[in-house]
Design a protein around this ligand. Structure first.
Ligand SMILES: C=C(O[C@@H]1C=C(C(=O)O)C=C[C@H]1O)C(=O)O
Length: 410
């Protein structure tokens, strides 16, 4: 039904000289200029990026995590680690869509028909050189020194020893200067080239800020063939000449850490009384320059009496024990008391719901990301702790994770 109401705008003759990526950039520039939220993303394995522009910030505020079913509104979810006034939960309605795979059309939803005249004029306007990305009005978070992070890890290990938590994921922010002439749009395209298997995104929202990242972690997916998918991703080591997915050896600590995440997912299925899931793994997978252990969970939605499984699982899963810990509430409490900075949208989740096709949703954990500020970027990374964690190693692990997105700052 929805498709019938969508309106297609054609690019005018004036835009004939712009290729699809230049058009993508031009549409993003228009959204920024008119103060609208936008999301650019490239799904793992997909050739082309997509763009979604919401008609307004007000229309993008939301409460509950999105519903993952074919009848739910189409849009792009952008959720913080923890909701707050500074970091609102957002669902950008799919008011304007552009898919580089269909370079000649721009699709406009009925709710945004009032912006059609302005948009049509913009399509014919000359492209801008410089894009003014939305900025967060919040102060930059405190970047932890190695001594501070060591202390945090020690406190985490002590909390595990005291049986306050079984696992906790600590994290930190790091500040890096932006190279001269840094262009976030070009950086987004660079990440899509460098990490073909990651979910690469650039989200910019007025009053909220601009985030760029390349994440390896699916939170909740519903695909066109009616499959629900989630994963337990944890444990980290660098790829080297000797250590590849085929040869990697994992320590007991890492195996246990990942198993806890997998067990948490199974406990969510149990809570919903679902038994018919397929579990594959754990396997060693590559994410950029890093290796992780991953277990995949799949449910054939056509064979189980759970029409809302995707929606229910999303609400149970976030924040997963891969970014918070276990038990969930105790780990969240530890993080709030000890971490000493605002994670904002790092380790939240993001992704499209019903955008490419109705009934298809792809939500990812927002990892390996940075927040863009006036002349610097804030990078974020965390590590899952267990009773055997060594602060020096955990620091090194955050350094390696920061490098994934830092490649665009060189
Ligand atoms: C927390 C992060 O990553 C998560 C934690 C991991 C770990 O502790 O080994 C591995 C993958 C992710 O689930 C991050 O990238 O910041």
């Amino acid at each position: 039904m929805q498709a019938l109401e969508l309106r297609q705008l054609r690019w005018p003759a004036a835009a004939a000289g712009l290729d699809a990526r230049a058009r993508l950039r031009h549409l993003a520039a228009g959204a920024l200029r008119t103060g609208r939220p936008l999301a650019l993303w490239r799904e793992p394995g997909a050739e082309h990026p997509r763009l979604l522009v919401a008609r307004s910030l007000e229309a993008s505020f939301t409460g509950l995590p999105p519903a993952l079913d074919a009848q739910a509104p189409a849009g792009f979810a952008f959720f913080p680690f923890r909701d707050s006034d500074h970091n609102p939960a957002l669902f950008l309605p799919a008011d304007v869509r552009y898919d580089v795979a269909e370079p000649d059309a721009v699709t406009v939803a009925p709710a945004a028909s009032y912006i059609v005249p302005g948009l049509a004029a913009w399509l014919a306007a000359a492209p801008l050189e410089h894009l003014a990305w939305h900025r967060s009005p919040q102060p930059a978070p405190h970047p932890a020194t190695q001594a501070e992070y060591t202390h945090l890890v020690e406190e985490g290990v002590a909390a595990i020893e005291a049986k306050e938590v079984v696992k906790v994921v600590t994290s930190r922010a790091a500040r890096r200067p932006l190279p001269a002439g840094f262009d976030a749009f070009a950086a987004f395209l660079e990440l899509t080239e460098q990490y073909p298997r990651a979910f690469v995104s650039l989200v910019s929202v007025p009053g909220v800020g601009t985030w760029l990242g390349a994440t390896p972690e699916v939170l909740a997916e519903v695909t066109a063939d009616g499959t629900f998918h989630t994963m337990a991703l944890a444990a980290t080591q660098p790829v080297t000449a000797e250590v590849t997915p085929r040869t990697a050896i994992w320590r007991q600590k890492e195996i246990e850490e990942q198993a806890l995440v997998a067990r948490y997912i199974v406990s969510c299925f149990k809570q919903l009384r679902l038994r018919e899931y397929h579990e594959t793994g754990p396997r060693t997978v590559v994410a950029g320059q890093l290796l992780h252990l991953r277990t995949d969970f799949e449910v054939n939605l056509r064979q189980v009496p759970f029409p809302n499984l995707g929606t229910d699982m999303l609400r149970l899963l976030h924040p997963t024990s891969a970014v918070g810990g276990m038990p969930k509430q105790a780990a969240m409490h530890f993080i709030e008391r000890h971490e000493g900075y605002d994670r904002a949208y790092y380790s939240g989740f993001l992704g499209p719901v019903n955008v490419g096709a109705a009934g298809v949703a792809r939500l990812y954990v927002n990892l390996r990301c940075l927040q863009l500020r006036d002349d610097e970027a804030i990078l974020y990374a965390g590590t899952g702790l267990t009773v055997d964690s060594d602060p020096e190693r955990e620091w090194q692990e955050t350094e390696m994770k920061l490098e994934t997105v830092a490649t665009v700052l060189q």
